[in-house]
Design a protein around this ligand. Structure first.
Ligand code: DAT
Ligand code: MG
Length: 169
């Protein structure tokens, strides 16, 4: 009997875990230079999302070209790679319910001129070529980007003490 109950709860918690996605967020070189890394991290922390991985690095051109591979044909691509390679970045993985979509909403529109006030880009930057932060646009993209920037070992499994105050189940 106890075994059945335990099995039920473990299945249930697995289903809940499955509902909690992961997204890839990165502070770009301008965000680092402007000293707003902490502010950006704070927004995700305060929302209740869970930090899974984070590092500080100067990304290679090769990595950045892979990251932005689908934009390779765009006229702004060389400038984008140059900008992203102009200084260190802070790649991160955040986890939570609907974190991909909510993360994009927290970032605001790609062009800060169109980003709503209250969003990260809407509040903290002005031009599309200096839009301070990256966020995955879909679950599949997130999985690809996470695998590109982090090894499996760098993704930390942990249970935040606040979890039962952020989620009702
Ligand atoms: P997002 O970063 O919102 O996912 P995206 O994937 O379309 O936007 O483009 C990646 C980055 O490329 C974007 O953050 C800034 C740059 N970019 C996009 N469109 C641009 C444009 N029209 N001119 C200059 N840079 C642009
Ligand atoms: Mg994008």
């Amino acid at each position: 009997m106890i075994g059945t109950v335990l099995a039920f709860f473990s299945l249930f918690s697995e289903a809940m875990a499955a509902a909690r996605e992961r997204t890839f967020i990165m502070v770009k070189p301008d965000g680092v230079q402007r000293g707003i890394v902490g502010k950006i991290i704070k927004r995700f922390e305060e929302k209740g999302f869970k930090l899974i991985a984070l590092k500080f690095m100067w990304a290679s051109e090769d990595l950045l070209k892979q990251h932005y591979a689908e934009l390779a044909g765009k006229p702004f691509f060389p400038g984008l790679i140059n900008y992203m390679n102009s200084g260190p970045v802070v790649p991160m993985v955040w986890e939570g319910l609907n974190v991909v979509k909510t993360g994009r909403q927290m970032l605001g529109a790609t062009n800060p001129a169109d980003s709503a006030p209250g969003t990260i880009r809407g509040d903290l930057c002005i031009q599309v070529g200096r839009n301070i932060i990256h966020g995955s646009d879909a679950v599949e993209t997130a999985n690809r980007e996470i695998a590109l920037w982090f090894t499996e070992k760098e993704l930390i499994q942990w249970k935040p003490a606040i979890e039962s105050w952020v989620y009702e189940d």
